[in-house]
Design a protein around this ligand. Structure first.
Ligand SMILES: Nc1nc2c(ncn2[C@@H]2O[C@H](COP(=O)(O)OP(=O)(O)OP(=O)(O)O)[C@@H](O)[C@H]2O)c(=O)[nH]1
Length: 453
């Protein structure tokens, strides 16, 4: 699982969080600024209201001290006002200018900032913070109304100065409170959003990805996610779609496997057919279809090998050439089918009478030949006689009559050395011709023919 994590640089939860948090942060800053401005306005109004209550508190004392020219009293009253946290300066302007007094930060007639100490002396010291531009003032008149006068006697004016910095000072704690509140709310929201996005989206997606990576690519299985939601949501629909796809892929694979197996079986069957056809073709090429004996070509091939072997091992080899007697007449009398039966019966007799090392062939028509390896003339003649006798004993039934036949044979022995199958066959044929001439159904040795002629 951890190795998979490196595939993405930022999780969905974190990404969404950054977007949401970014927007939320901007909104929070805007709301906080508006909130702070409102607070500032309210606090400033409070300052005004508080300042406006001061004349009723200090007005009488100031009027009395100005009326009585009590400098000391005026100074102490103004000092008391100056000490109030909402006041940065107080200026008394008496009509006769004898009791003019200022303390703290005040504005002169040119609207320039001036600073006076507690004794009312100008100093070089300046107010830190916002300076004269931020000063705002409230002026109220002072009168004398003693028991001896019916009317109020104007004495001058008192100007109270306050400062934005004081407003901000008061706001400071409120501002910090709002800021801390915003930060805590933002962090809580951040954590809650991250936790739930991660829980409901990030983790299931991670699990999904992990399980897909774990799939066996040859046989993927449907995936189950550890989600406890009862409602279908996009993630569960995605999972179901994935599982359906896997099901389809598996079905297709099974189908493909089945088709492959069928194809394999067809190919196997076709190969077997081909092999059988090849065997048959080979059989046809080398064997006589009627008697299943070697055909002329196979007889020559095997005969040559046998002759070579006999030459190499200095063994004698005999060849018998056979021709069925009056076969045309037999065909004409009993029909061609009976002729075939005779040929088959004769071939079967040859096969059963000779050894497996002997080579038997049908050279064509009613003509047969036998090669007897390792056999001398005497033995070959005996065998030929035996075959001739057995042929004459074969009985076939045609309708109500029995069919018999005979064979004439010529025997030749390999003279050792330069003989070929062709030359041996030619010599055997001569001996056979001799048998035919002598009245058929007999065996003639080539050696006797040579000697006679
Ligand atoms: N039934 C059948 N007859 C065949 C087949 N091959 C050749 N023959 C017939 O064999 C006969 C051979 O006749 P011939 O060559 O005159 O010889 P023959 O009648 O045996 O006379 P001799 O050899 O002198 O004894 C012909 O009539 C051919 O048609 C075969 O496969 N089946």
């Amino acid at each position: 699982m951890p190795s998979l994590l490196k595939h993405y640089r930022r999780s969905i939860a974190l990404h969404l969080l950054l977007v949401i948090f970014g927007i939320y942060f901007l909104v929070a800053v805007l709301v906080t600024v508006i909130q702070l401005y409102k607070e500032y306005e309210n606090t400033k109004k409070e300052f005004y209201n508080e300042i406006q209550t001061l004349p009723s508190t200090f007005g009488k004392g100031i009027s009395d001290s100005v009326w009585t020219y009590n400098q000391e009293l005026l100074q102490s009253i103004l000092q008391g006002m100056y000490n109030l946290p909402i006041v940065v300066g107080v200026k008394v302007s008496s009509l006769d200018q004898k009791m003019d007094f200022q303390i703290g930060a005040v504005l002169n007639e040119q609207h320039q900032f001036e600073y006076y100490d507690s004794k009312g002396r100008p100093t070089e010291q300046t107010l830190t913070g916002l300076g004269s531009q931020a000063l705002f003032d409230h002026e109220f008149p002072i009168y004398y109304q003693g028991p001896a006068f019916d009317q109020k006697i104007p004495l001058g004016t008192v100007t109270l100065y306050s400062n934005d910095q004081l407003v901000f000072e008061r706001l400071k704690y409120g501002f910090i409170l709002i800021l801390v509140n915003s930060i805590i709310k933002t962090c809580m929201l951040w954590f809650i959003i991250y936790f739930f996005i991660n829980k409901y989206l990030g983790k299931p997606l991670k699990e999904f990805t992990f399980k897909i990576h774990q799939q066996d690519t040859h046989s993927p299985k449907p995936i189950d996610l550890a989600i406890n939601w009862t409602d279908k949501n996009e993630l569960l629909v995605l999972k179901d779609s994935y599982n359906q796809m896997i099901q389809r892929v598996n079905n297709n694979q099974l189908e493909l496997l089945k088709l492959n197996q069928e194809l394999d079986e067809k190919v196997k069957a076709r190969t077997q057919d081909l092999e059988l056809a090849k065997e048959n073709a080979e059989l046809l090429a080398y064997s006589d279809p009627l008697t299943k004996l070697n055909n002329r070509r196979a007889f020559f091939d095997s005969g040559k090998q046998s002759l070579n072997q006999a030459d190499t091992q200095k063994h004698s080899l005999s060849l018998i050439m056979i021709d069925l007697d009056n076969f045309k007449k037999l065909n004409d009398t009993y029909g061609h089918a009976m002729g075939d039966k005779v040929l088959i019966a004769f071939a079967d007799m040859l096969k059963s009478s000779l050894s497996s090392t002997d080579i038997i062939g049908r050279l064509g028509g009613e003509e047969f030949a036998v090669i007897l390896p390792n056999t001398g003339e005497e033995k070959a003649l005996q065998i030929a006689e035996m075959l001739s006798q057995k042929a004459s004993q074969i009985e076939l039934i045609h309708e109500q009559s029995l069919v018999h036949f005979t064979a004439s044979m010529g025997v030749v022995v390999n003279p050792q050395g330069n003989a070929t199958i062709d030359s041996l066959l030619a010599q055997a044929d001569k001996a056979l011709y001799f048998s035919k001439r002598q009245g058929r159904n007999q065996v003639t040795a080539y050696s006797s023919v040579v000697t006679t002629t």
